[in-house]
Design a protein around this ligand. Structure first.
Ligand code: PAF
Length: 310
């Protein structure tokens, strides 16, 4: 099976490196030729929390160089999905599958605009992985990846099982899920709580457990997200606070992806996370004041970067 991993961010680098080490035919796909050339030269540096470092040489190229693949994993930031979707038609082989492993909601819809829904899969990962520098990542927290066929997908259960086996073969804990929409929302609930708070306070995930006021806001944001999911007819497992606590605990040392974006001066995924909770809540007649405010604060934090005092 030939694989492409679209996006050399923290998650993309980790997955591509693990597949490569497992002997899978995999390429990392970048849209920037300069960065692709640098990464090809240096390889992907994977650091563990224990300080162990290894360099994995992963083939890296632009979409036309990589060509059609049986499985294309979309691991770009939610605000780059539109760009990624444009190259999907040349990366997906006839009968190939595209799997989104991104945060937030709206990615599947964007991908469907260029390749339709029938060969799409959605995945949800709760891994703690931090990008230190171009191609240099810290694998800070292991976590399970769930994969399933969303509404409109015609990918067979046997094909989902084959993708799950591929992930397991690369040393990742992976499980198939029939109700992947609910799992996407369960992740959204977690991201709605952890990501904006850690980004605004500039703390690792585990610190939220030690900051009672921050924790209260995180739980309130997560509870609003859970209420919107339930109003949309989805049944999410467990209590949002308990789920939030578990993820903060498992990824305690990790810098959330939104914190990493804020620190690097990049756009954030706020529009695909808290803003989605607010928009979808409004459409269902639900108020989500905590998510509204967190959305505004993160937008403000992004805009205020040029004015920050030393
Ligand atoms: O976005 C993130 O950083 C991750 O989804 C998670 C699970 C919150 C860990 O940091």
């Amino acid at each position: 099976m030939k694989l492409a991993v679209l996006g050399p961010g923290a998650l993309g680098c980790l997955i591509a490196a693990l597949f490569r080490e497992a002997g899978v035919e995999v390429s990392l796909v970048d849209y920037r030729p300069d960065r692709a050339a640098r990464l090809r030269l240096r390889g992907i540096q994977v650091h563990s929390l224990e300080g162990v470092q290894r360099v994995v040489e992963v083939p890296i190229g632009l979409a036309p160089e990589v060509g059609p693949c049986d499985l294309t994993i979309v691991a770009v930031k939610a605000y780059q999905t539109e760009t990624a979707a444009r190259v999907l038609p040349e990366l997906m082989s006839q009968g190939g599958v595209a799997l989104t492993l991104q945060n937030g909601l709206g990615n599947l819809e964007t991908m469907a605009r260029t390749v339709g829904t029938s060969r799409l899969l959605a995945g949800v990962g709760l891994l703690g992985v931090t990008r230190q520098d171009e191609g240099r990542i810290i694998y800070a927290g292991r976590g399970v990846i769930f994969i399933g066929a969303p509404a409109g997908s015609q990918v067979a259960a046997s094909e989902v099982a084959a993708v799950v086996d591929l992930f397991r073969g690369a040393g990742l804990e992976c499980q198939p899920r029939e109700n992947i929409e609910a799992v996407l929302w369960e992740k959204l609930v977690i991201n709605a709580g952890i990501n904006p708070l850690t980004a605004l306070l500039r703390v690792p995930n585990g610190a939220l457990l030690k900051l009672p006021e921050a924790w209260e806001v995180a739980v309130a944001a997560a509870a609003e997200a859970q209420a919107v999911a339930q109003a949309a007819g989805l049944t999410l497992s467990g209590d949002p606070a308990a789920r939030l606590r578990q993820v903060c605990d498992h990824t305690a040392a990790n810098r959330s992806s939104m914190l990493q974006d804020i620190l690097a001066g990049r756009p954030t995924e706020i529009e695909a996370i808290n803003a989605q909770v607010a928009t979808r809540g409004r459409a269902l007649g639900l108020l989500t004041p905590v998510n509204d405010l967190l959305t505004l604060l993160i937008r403000a934090a992004t805009q205020s970067a040029p004015f920050t005092v030393a």
